[in-house]
Design a protein. Sequence first.
Length: 412
Amino acid sequence: MIKNSKNYKDEYTNYYFKVFGEPQLVLKSLRESIAVDVDNNEYIDLLGAIAVNTLGGAHDELADEIAKQAKNVMHTSNFFTTTSQIELAKKLLFIADFPTNSRVFLTNSGTESVECALKIIKKYANTSKKPRILALTNSFHGRTLGALSLTYKEKYRTPFAPLIPDVEFIEAGNLQSLEDAFTTRRCEEDGEIAGLFVEIIQGEAGVINLSKDYIQRARELTIQNNALLVVDEVQTGVGRTGSWFAFQDTGIQPDVITVAKGLAGGFPIGAVIANPQAAEILLPGEHGTTFGGNPLAASAALKVIEVIERDNLLENARKIYTCVVHHYEGTGRRTRGKGALMAIEVKNERSLDVAKLVLQPKSAEKERGVIVNPVNNSWIRIAPALNIELDLLEKGLIKLDEAFKECEDEQY
Ligand code: PLP
C-alpha cells in the first residue's frame, strides 16, 4: 500500500508525544523555498521552519559540506577539538563584533544557549550577592526548566512550577517599569539585580520590536547597576533581520548573546557569545555538553555564514522587508518586524483560519499552498529563507491576500 498524508498523520498521532498536535503536512522534500508533501502537493514556504532554514530547506553546497565533514570527522569528545570548531568561534566573534578576549560556547539549540547564559547570570548572582534576575513580559526563551523560568507564558510555565524563583518579569517596552525594577524593591528582602534578558524583537509574542530607546536604557541601567545584559538572538540572529545580529542596529553592546535557529541553516547548533568579564564567570567543569557544536554542526554553520557573506544575503533580508512593506502599503493592513522576520496583521482575529486556508493547495488548478505561521490571533508571522526569490515571496503574499479576503469578510 502506498501511504498518503492521512496515513502518515494517523501513525504520527498514534506514536508520537502529543505535545505538537497533529502535523499539518507530511513533507517529502523542501528545496529552496518550495515544499512538497507525500501526496505531491507543492507549497511556497514563507516560514523557513520558523527562522531556521536560512538557505532554504535544502541547499546543495550546505549538503555537500555536511557530507564532506561526515566522511572526515563527525564527532569528537571535548578532550579534543577540530579546526571547524575553532574557526566557527573566531567567525562568530568577528561577525558579532564582540570586544577582544570575548569567548564562545557552542550548544545544540536555543534553549541550551539560554540555559548556559542563565548559568552565567546565576553564578554571578551568587558570587555578587545580587539575587534578582529580570526578564520581560511576553518573552520566549525556551522550554528547558531554566529557560522556561525566563519564558513568560503561564500555559508553558504553570504545569512545571516551581521554576527558578529569582526571576521577575517587567513589562516589555515600558521604560517606567524598567526604571522601577532597578530603583525599587518589591519587598524588604529584595536585593539587587544580577542580569536582564531581552529579545530585541519578541518573535514568539508576535514579532514585536522593542524600541531603540528602551534597549539603550536597559543597557545604561545594567551598566550603572553592575548587572549583565543578555540579548537573546536565537530567532533574530545570523542575518535574519538584515544585520548579523539585531542588537547591532541598536547602538548597544550586550554582555552576552544567545544564538541558535538559523546558525547552521537547519542543522542543530546553538552558541553563546560572551564578553571577557561574562565569559570568565564559568570555570572549568562548571558547564559542558556532549554534542554541542560538534564538528559536523560547526562546519555546517561556517558554510551558512560563508554563503550569507558571498551571496549578500543580509541585503536580501532587507529587500524581503521592503517587499513586504511595499506590498501592504496603503492597504490599511499593518506590518511589523525587521528584515526577513515579519508579521502581517489579520482582521477579526482570524489568523488561524487564514493560515489554514492559505496552506490548502487548490489541486484542481494546480495551485500551490503557502506556509505561514499564525503567531497569535491577529498576526501572521513569516520568516522565509534569506535567499528566497522576491518573485516567489510576492506570489506567496498574493495568495495570502486571497485568504485574508475570504476569512476576514466571512460572516460568522
Ligand atoms: N529563544 C528565542 C528567542 C526563541 O525564539 C526560541 C525558539 O523559538 C528559543 C529561545 C528556544 O530555542 P529552541 O527551540 O532551539 O530550544
